[in-house]
Ligand binder design. Structure first.
Ligand code: NDP
Ligand code: 2IT
Length: 445
C-alpha cells in the first residue's frame, strides 16, 4: 500500500476536507503492517473501497421560526459502510457541521462499531442547524422538516441514527414522532429513545460510563485505579456528565468541565448536587459554565481557556474534535498526566497524540473509549427487536463486558515488544480486520 499516493489522490477528490483526511491518515498509518501481511486485501482493493462512503445524502431543510421567518439549513446523512451490519451512527446539530466533519465521523464509526462486537455498520449525519437559543417548538419544526428527507433512507434494518453533539433525547423524540407518522411503523429506527417508547436504560449515560470503564482497564494495566485521582473533563454534554458521575463513583475527583467560552475549575470536585444543577441548566438550553461559577463560589471560570492547563492524573476530552493540541499535550505530560482517554471523537490532534505516545502515556482514541454509546444503542436495537426491555443491571453489565472486550482487542493488536500498548494502532487494526474480512467474504458490491 502506498500511503502517500492514496492520501494525495484522496485529497484531490476531497479538497479541503481536513478532518476527513486526518481520520483516514490515522487509520491507514496503523494498518500498514496487517495490509502487507494480508495480500488479499490489496488484491480486493479494500483500502480504496473502505474510504469511499457508500452514499451521501445532502438536502435542504426549510422550516419556519417563531417569528414566522423561513429558515434554510443543510441536512446530511452519510452511509459509509455496511459490511458487518446496517448503517449506524449519530446525528450532529451544530453550526460547524459540514461534509468533511461528517465524513470523518462516519469513517471513524465503521471501526468503532466493529470494535463493539455487535453487528453494526458505520454512518453519520446531521445539520448546520444551531439548537442554541431555539425554542422547543423551533427544534420540533426543524426535526420534523429534516425527517421529511431522512426517512426515505433510514429504517430499523437499514440505517439507525442516534444522537451526537446538539442531539439528545428531546431531538430524538421529535425525529421519531415524524418518522413513525411517515413510515407507519413503530420500530427501533432511532436509538436514544425515551424509556416509555422503546428506549434503553443506561443509554443516556452509556458513552460516559463506557469511557470510564475503558479508562479503568487502561489504568489496571499499570496496577492503578481511579481512587484518589484528579480528573479533568472537557465539555458538559451527553458524554461528559456520565463520565463525571462514574469517575466520582470510582473514587476520583473531577475538577473541570468546559464549554466553547472557557472552563470551570472546581477544586472541591464536581459531583452530586452540582451535576444535578448543571443538568437542569442544560435541559433548559442555558449556558452552563459561567452560571456554575456564580452558584458555587469555590469554583473559578477561565474565559477562553481549555482545561488541559490544570494539573491532573487523568484527562477525559469529551467536547469536540481537535480540542486538545500539541501545547495542551505538552502541558498535560509536564504536569504528570497518567492516562488520557478520549470521550469525544478525535479530540486530540495528530501532533498531540504523537506527544502522548512518545512519552508512553496511557492514551486511547475515541473509537475505542467512547464506543459504549453506540454499543448501548446496539443493545437498544436488540431489545426493540425482541420487544422487551432489559433491567438496568443487565444493560450495565453488558456495557461493561463490551468495554472490557474492546480493551482486550486493543491490547492484542497494539502491544509492542517493550510492553507499551499503542491503543491507536490496536483499535484501528482490530476494527479494520473484521470489516475488511467481511468485505472480502461478500465480494465486490
Ligand atoms: P453535547 O452537545 O451533548 O455536548 C458537547 C459539549 O461540548 C457541550 O458541553 C458543548 O458546550 C461543548 N462543545 C461543543 N462544541 C465545542 C467547541 N467547539 N469548543 C468547546 N466546547 C464545545 O455532545 P455530546 O456529549 O453528545 O458529544 C461530545 C463528543 O462526544 C463529540 O465528539 C461526539 O461526537 C462524541 N460522542 C458522542 C456520543 C453520544 O452518545 N452522544 C457517543 C460517542 C461519541 P455547549 O453546549 O455550551 O456548546
Ligand atoms: O459517535 C458516536 O458513536 C455516537 N454519537 C453514538 C452513535 C449511536 O448510534 O449511538
Amino acid at each position: 500500500m502506498n500511503l502517500e499516493k492514496i492520501m494525495s489522490d484522496l485529497e484531490k477528490k476531497n479538497p479541503g476536507e481536513v478532518e476527513y483526511l486526518q481520520a483516514v491518515r490515522e487509520v491507514h498509518e496503523s494498518i500498514q503492517d496487517v495490509y502487507t501481511e494480508n495480500p488479499q486485501f490489496e488484491s480486493a482493493n479494500i483500502i480504496e473501497r473502505i474510504i469511499e462512503p457508500d452514499r451521501v445524502l445532502m438536502c435542504k431543510v426549510s422550516w419556519v421560526d417563531d417569528s414566522g421567518k423561513v429558515q434554510v439549513n443543510r441536512g446530511y446523512r452519510i452511509q459509509f459502510n455496511n459490511a458487518i451490519g446496517p448503517y449506524k451512527g449519530g446525528l450532529r446539530f451544530h453550526p460547524s457541521v459540514n461534509l468533511s466533519i461528517l465524513k470523518f465521523l462516519g469513517f471513524e464509526q465503521i471501526f468503532k462499531n466493529s470494535l463493539t462486537t455487535l453487528p453494526m455498520g458505520g454512518a453519520k449525519g446531521g445539520s448546520d442547524f444551531d439548537p442554541k437559543g431555539k425554542s422547543n417548538a423551533e427544534i420540533m419544526r426543524f426535526c420534523q422538516a429534516f425527517m421529511l428527507e431522512l426517512w426515505k433512507l433510514i429504517g430499523p434494518e437499514t440505517d439507525i441514527p442516534a444522537g451526537d453533539i446538539g442531539v439528545g433525547g428531546r431531538e430524538i423524540g421529535f425525529l421519531y414522532g415524524m418518522y413513525k407518522k411517515l413510515a407507519r411503523e413503530n420500530t427501533g429506527v432511532l436509538t436514544g429513545k425515551g424509556l416509555n417508547w422503546g428506549g434503553s436504560l443506561i443509554r443516556p449515560e452509556a458513552t460516559g460510563f463506557g469511557a470510564v470503564y475503558f479508562a479503568k482497564e487502561m489504568l489496571a494495566t499499570k496496577g492503578e485505579t481511579f481512587k484518589g485521582k484528579t480528573v479533568c473533563i472537557s465539555g458538559f454534554g451527553n458524554v461528559a456528565w456520565g463520565a463525571a458521575i462514574k469517575a466520582t463513583e470510582l473514587g476520583a475527583k473531577v475538577v473541570t468541565i468546559s464549554g466553547p467560552d472557557g472552563y470551570i475549575y472546581d477544586p472541591d470536585g464536581i459531583s452530586g448536587e452540582k451535576i444535578d444543577y448543571l443538568l437542569e441548566l442544560r435541559a433548559s438550553n442555558q449556558d452552563i459554565v459561567k452560571p456554575y461559577s456564580y452558584e458555587f463560589p469555590g469554583a473559578q471560570f477561565h474565559q477562553g481557556k481549555r482545561p488541559w492547563e490544570v494539573k491532573c492524573d487523568i484527562a477525559l476530552p469529551c467536547a469536540t474534535q481537535n480540542e486538545l493540541g500539541k501545547e495542551d499535550a505538552r502541558t498535560l505530560v509536564a504536569n504528570g498526566v497518567q492516562c488520557v482517554a478520549e470521550g469525544a471523537n478525535m479530540p486530540s490532534t495528530p501532533e498531540a497524540i504523537e506527544i502522548f505516545l512518545e512519552n508512553k502515556i496511557l492514551f486511547a482514541p475515541g473509537k475505542a473509549v467512547n464506543a459504549g454509546g453506540v454499543a448501548t444503542s446496539g443493545l437498544e436495537m436488540s431489545q426493540n427487536a425482541m420487544k422487551l426491555s432489559w433491567p438496568l443491571k443487565e444493560v450495565d453489565e453488558r456495557l461493561h463486558h463490551i468495554m472490557c472486550s474492546i480493551h482486550e482487542q486493543c491490547v492484542r493488536h497494539g502491544k509492542g515488544k517493550d510492553g507499551y500498548v499503542n491503543y491507536v494502532k490496536g483499535a484501528n487494526v482490530a476494527g479494520f480486520l473484521k470489516v475488511a474480512n467481511a468485505m472480502l467474504d461478500q465480494g465486490v458490491i
